[in-house]
Structures are given as structure tokens and as C-alpha cells.
Design a protein around this ligand. Structure first.
Ligand code: NAP
Length: 234
């Protein structure tokens, strides 16, 4: 799909990976709506319309999709809620269930967005490397990521000629991690030391893959890994 002149809606478009996808879509000539729970707290972006919407609120998602219709590109990079990290046998079950807010948000956005998309439109979701190579302490995010990828493959079989793909980031340096300074540097060094490319990726490196799955009309029902060799590491 040629991006110039198209309309895009990006959930989670005010920070990190989603924000970078918004910037690239805008720079490519698309009209872009970026949605998140608190867009007023985000730095404004020239030429981008910001909307408040919680992806977990099905009615709010449905309303926003109707307001934006018709559109060509739908991206959901929203984290959804808090992530539960740590050993599963010690895990607070409310936290485990809460991790699936990401999945429910993705489901809402596809369920209520696809109907308002033009025939050759493209949807992109964001999973995460623990979907297929889990490290200890990542049971919750691995299960959610796996669900996102299975959901993507399944929905692709029903929505043609619309396309849907997932992009699967490894460890990426975004505001999702609140650490600062040396603590932040140590965290990324420690969590990527076993990867083939031992550093955190950038939001732009992941957003490039988001744009790839939008532009390439022969890609659907699959997952593109941008993980610095997390999956391939020995
Ligand atoms: N960073 C990584 O290392 C990494 C690795 C693997 C996968 N991922 C996945 O990549 C995606 C993007 O992550 P990121 O690192 O770019 O995160 P981020 O910088 O924290 O950005 C998250 C975005 O989602 C929005 N958001 C969160 N909950 C929302 C909700 N319930 N409704 C609407 N918007 C919501 C946030 O804005 P508001 O706070 O205003 O709502 C923000 O715009 C996520 O799905 C994450 O799980 C990230």
C-alpha cells in the first residue's frame, strides 16, 4: 500500500514504538490520528490529531472508530495496562489477568475497527519476543504475546482482502521502562547480553517493520521479528 494520502489510526501512538510509527506514517504523507488514554500528557506532534481512548473500553473504541471512518491503516501498539513480571508460582492472579488487558485492547480495536476500513487496508499489532522464547519471570507477557500472534494468524483468515500482521519486538528502549541513568543502562545491558546484537533496539527500528507490513501487499497473517537476535541466540 502506498502510504501517501491514506488515513491511519494508531492506538498507543503517543509514546515509544507507536509514536515512532505515527511519525513515519505522517512523514510518509498519511493523515494520522494517534490515540491513548492520556494524550494530553504527550508531546504534541505537528500534523497529528490526538484522541483520548482506552483500548479496554469497547464502547469508546467503537465510537472512535466510527468517528475516524473510513480509514486505511490501523495500528495498535498500546500496552493496555500493567504487565505482571516474576515467577508464575508467586504471581498475583489479578496481575496475571491484568496483563491480558493488552490482548483485550487489541481484540476491541480489530473487532470495531476492521468494519470501517477500506478494502485494501492493513492492520498491525505488536506482540513481543517472549511470545516464542520465554525467559524466567516472563510467563505472563509470554502468554499474552503468544495470544496476540495466534489471534493475528486467525483473524487474517477471515478479513481478506484486509491484511493483518504482528510485529514482534525484542528488548526496546522506550518509556515503557521507567528506570533512569546508570540503572537504565545496566538493565538494558543485562537483559540483552545474551542476544546476537547485545543492545536494546530503538522504537524506530521496530516502527520500520510496522511500516513494512503496511506497505507490502503480499504480507498477511504473519509475525515480523525485530529482536536483535533474541530468538536466534544460542
Ligand atoms: N519496549 C519493549 O521492550 C517492548 C518489547 C516487546 C513488546 N513491546 C510491546 O510494544 C508495544 C509498545 O510498547 P512501548 O515500549 O512503545 O510502550 P510505551 O512507550 O510505554 O507506549 C505505550 C503506549 O500505549 C498507550 N497505552 C497504554 N495503555 C493504553 C490503553 N489501555 N489504552 C490506550 N492506550 C494505551 C500509552 O499512552 P497512555 O499512557 O496515554 O495510555 C502509550 O502511548 C506494547 O504492546 C508492548 O507490550 C514492547
Amino acid at each position: 500500500m502506498e502510504i501517501n494520502g491514506k488515513k491511519a489510526v494508531v492506538f498507543g501512538g503517543t509514546s515509544g514504538i507507536g509514536r515512532e510509527a505515527v511519525r513515519m506514517l505522517r512523514d510518509g504523507g498519511a493523515e494520522v490520528v494517534a490515540a491513548s488514554r492520556n494524550p494530553d500528557r504527550a508531546e504534541p506532534m505537528d500534523g497529528v490529531t490526538l484522541k483520548a481512548c482506552d483500548v479496554r473500553d469497547a464502547a469508546a473504541v467503537e465510537g472512535l472508530m466510527k468517528d475516524c471512518a473510513p480509514f486505511d491503516i490501523l495500528v495498535n501498539a498500546a500496552t493496555g495496562g500493567d504487565r505482571a513480571i516474576g515467577p508464575f508460582l508467586d504471581m498475583d492472579m489479578a496481575g496475571f489477568r491484568g496483563s491480558f488487558d493488552k490482548m483485550w485492547g487489541y481484540a476491541n480495536v480489530v473487532r470495531f475497527g476492521a468494519a470501517h476500513m477500506k478494502g485494501n487496508g492493513a492492520i498491525v499489532l505488536v506482540s513481543g519476543a517472549p511470545a516464542r522464547r520465554i525467559k524466567p519471570g516472563q510467563v505472563a507477557i509470554g502468554a499474552v504475546g503468544g495470544a496476540v500472534e495466534a489471534f493475528t494468524r486467525a483473524v487474517a483468515t477471515e478479513i481478506g482482502p484486509l491484511r493483518i500482521n504482528a510485529v514482534c519486538p525484542g528488548q526496546i528502549d522506550t518509556p515503557m521502562i521507567a528506570l533512569e541513568g546508570a540503572e537504565r543502562d545496566d538493565f538494558y545491558a543485562r537483559t540483552t547480553s545474551g542476544h546476537l546484537i547485545p543492545r536494546a533496539g530503538t522504537s524506530a527500528e521496530v516502527a520500520e517493520a510496522v511500516l513494512f507490513t503496511i506497505r507490502n501487499d503480499f504480507v498477511t497473517g504473519t509475525t515480523v521479528d525485530v529482536d536483535g537476535g533474541w530468538l536466534a541466540a544460542p
